[in-house]
Design a protein around this ligand. Structure first.
Ligand code: MG
Length: 250
């Protein structure tokens, strides 16, 4: 069931989104050669808790950390570890959510660690642009399929592939709500986007095949062919005046 948010709920979601975005910023600033993904996770946890919020991912389905940190061929759900030391050339996808006063924000970004290859840079740029294509398509009275189509078209025109096994989602008092928001689709299909809907759009784009597999820890999801993957996400509200990014510092 898709829950439309009241004006007051949108205010609460924006406050949670702001903390999520700031935490993601701080995490990104910490990405550099020699830093462990565990250290970045600690920065995220401390900032969120310092704001009187709680990390949405910590304990979610048993997830053991505050941020998902997914390096290179890891698509999503990488578990921060003191053994994972970042090196120059890595691309580092960080996914962070914060819950404040019962409402969540959810956002992700892929950061370059030191100098990265031209190919990696292009993958990151394309995935970021694909996110904003998806956001642009999230107009009131359009449909979920319009978002997926916009993301998919942008990525596939540039010869990348779109991960199918994980999708965006509604956000509210729960981290994951209806509707599912795939990063692929057919225009004018799926749930209608109504003012008051809040969704996370989160393209995961691979340099090689779209296929992924989950490692034995039951979390870490990698590309099946070992190719690089990038992940960008914002939580947005559907409004009569167009999409509004809630995971914003404003
Ligand atoms: Mg999400």
């Amino acid at each position: 069931m898709i829950k439309l948010k009241t004006v007051n709920e949108l205010r609460l979601l924006r406050a949670a989104g702001r903390i999520s975005q700031k935490a993601l910023h701080l995490a990104g600033e910490a990405v550099e050669p020699g830093v462990t993904t565990k250290e970045i996770d600690e920065i995220v946890r401390k900032y969120i808790e310092g704001q009187g919020a709680t990390p949405s991912f910590l304990g979610y389905g048993g997830f053991p950390a505050s941020a998902c940190i997914s390096v290179n061929n890891v698509v999503v759900h990488g578990i921060p570890s003191e053994k994972r030391v970042l090196k120059a050339g890595d691309i580092v996808s960080i996914d962070v959510g914060a819950c404040l006063n019962g409402y969540h924000g959810d956002n992700a970004w892929t950061f370059a660690c030191g100098d990265v290859s031209k190919e990696a840079k292009m993958l990151m740029e394309t995935t970021e642009n694909a996110l904003f294509e998806g956001i642009k398509a999230a107009q009131a009275f359009s449909r979920v399929g319009d978002i997926g189509h916009a993301v998919q078209k942008y990525a596939e025109l540039r010869s990348y592939s779109v991960v199918r096994d994980f999708v965006g989602h509604g956000v509210g008092a729960n981290l994951h709500e209806d509707p599912k928001v795939p990063n692929y689709g057919t225009p004018n299909t799926g749930a209608k986007l109504l003012p008051g809907m809040v969704i996370a759009i989160e393209p995961m784009i691979n340099m090689g095949s779209e296929r992924v597999r989950v490692l034995k820890d039951n979390w870490t999801t990698v590309t099946a062919d070992g190719s690089l993957s990038a992940h960008f996400e914002h939580t947005i509200a559907i409004t009569n005046d167009g999409p509004v990014i809630l995971t914003s510092l404003e």
